[in-house]
Ligand binder design. Structure first.
Ligand code: HGY
Ligand code: MN
Ligand code: MN
Length: 423
């Protein structure tokens, strides 16, 4: 790259005010008290968010298509057939979501493209931006559904047939919101993929640092357990005669906490959802439906945690005279991101004189799936107090500006790199 071009690029910065404006505008769709938002995938609020973001993508001049699992794919025009440098993330949220999780990666990626266009700078490779469907997996599992299908790791028909437990299918709800697209899934194979995301954890915030380059990401195992006991009178039933689904659910909940500390080395384990039936103060619970979320960077240890959980529940079922049926909702492998792309992120930070911390992602991300089809890595910026999946989620505008800057620099470097080093 010429000296002049290099200087022009160093002078180029995404528009931090425009990014903040778009984050705040998008957050009003499904807005929650406290500043967060709830836009569950394939609901009408999701549709409204999609419509808004797709309109911004078209305004920037991207060729925008919707694929058959509802991913919204925008590519800089006139470069058909050339593998782009792709950015993206998700705009669906959990029910108690914040305004940055996922949305940041989409809005900042959009601004990178718009900033380059405004400066009249075109890159050797085209650029692309993707809004992936159903990253959170709240109503329809697995999570990262859109990027899993995009990467060919989940069959389209299987994903479309997933139901939410109330008889609604992904296909029906995608169709209902007008995003059951007709573009083939995964048609645009990226040359490389970069996702900017909030850390959603405490590491950067506690260290007073701003930038993280994500080297790897945990494997995830989600299991749903259906516990069936016997409901009975809370007052008349002797303790030794009970088959109490609520007690079994509680035993499993405390077991997974012990399991995490026994396995250690970063193992995390969560029972995040418990539904009891009949859920009444004076009735011993007949049914309990719970979910277990296990994660580890080491797949063998994650499998060990699953194995120990299954042995525990089989034994508990016998002891308590209940049945426990289990269903695997998600099982993803740990991921090591591309040293080629993490190297570009590091170089971009160095050029700006910014320190950058090597990190592991505790959360799952679309990048995890896209890393199976293209060299991929992520950039993290801080979450205040490490809070996320919570309306109180907050990230400083100055940190967003830095994250977007490094995203721009990394993407331009990838788009203009012809060293052929792919890892
Ligand atoms: O569960 C996760 O880690 C992601 O937020 N879907
Ligand atoms: Mn996310
Ligand atoms: Mn999330």
């Amino acid at each position: 790259m010429t000296e002049l071009a290099d200087r022009r690029l160093l002078a180029l910065a995404p528009n931090a005010d425009r990014i903040q404006y778009r984050l705040d505008t998008l957050a009003k769709i499904g807005g929650l008290d406290g500043g967060g938002c709830c836009r569950l995938a394939f609901t009408d609020d999701d549709r409204r968010g999609r419509d808004l973001v797709a309109s911004w993508m078209r305004d920037v001049g991207l060729d925008v298509v919707v694929d058959r699992i509802g991913n919204i794919v925008g590519v800089t025009p006139g470069r058909d057939g050339e593998a782009p440098i792709m950015m993206g993330s998700h705009i669906d949220t959990v029910a108690t979501g914040g305004r940055y999780d996922g949305n940041l990666g989409v809005i900042a990626g959009l601004d990178v493209i718009e900033t380059l266009k405004e400066a009249g700078i075109s890159t050797d490779r085209p650029l692309a931006l993707v809004v992936f469907s159903n990253e959170e997996g709240v109503r329809f599992q697995p999570d990262m559904m859109g990027s899993l299908v995009y990467a060919g790791a989940l069959k389209l028909d299987e994903a479309l047939a997933v139901t939410d437990g109330n008889g609604r299918t992904v296909a029906a709800d995608l169709n209902a919101i007008g995003y059951l697209g007709d573009a083939p899934v995964g048609a645009v194979k990226p040359h490389a993929f970069v996702e900017l995301h909030i850390e959603q954890g405490p590491v950067l915030d506690r260290a007073g640092e701003v930038l993280g380059v994500v080297e790897n990401l945990q494997g995830i195992a989600w299991h749903e357990l259906i516990i069936k006991g016997v409901s009975n009178h809370a007052g008349t039933t002797p303790m030794e005669m009970r088959h109490d689904a609520a007690f079994v659910a509680a035993e499993i909940t405390t077991f997974v906490r012990r399991l995490a500390s026994e396995i250690g080395r970063g193992q995390v384990a969560t029972v995040g959802s418990i539904h009891l039936h009949p859920n009444l103060v004076n009735v011993i619970a007949r049914d309990a439906k719970i979910t277990v979320d296990l994660r580890h960077t080491d797949d063998a240890l994650l499998a060990e945690a699953e194995h120990r959980l299954f042995a525990f529940i089989d034994n508990l079922a016998r002891e308590e005279g209940v049945t426990i049926d289990r269903r695997e909702l998600v099982r993803t492998q740990p991921v090591i991101f591309s040293p080629y792309v993490t190297g570009m992120i590091r170089q971009a930070a160095e050029r700006r004189g910014m320190p950058v911390r090597s990190m592991t992602s505790g959360a799952g991300h679309d990048a995890q799936m896209i890393s199976t089809i293209a060299p991929t890595a992520m950039i993290f910026i801080p979450s205040r107090d490490g809070i996320s999946h919570n309306p109180r989620e907050y990230t400083e505008p100055a940190h967003i500006a830095i994250g977007a800057q490094i995203l721009l620099d990394t993407v331009v470097a990838l788009a203009n790199d012809h060293t052929g080093i792919q890892a």
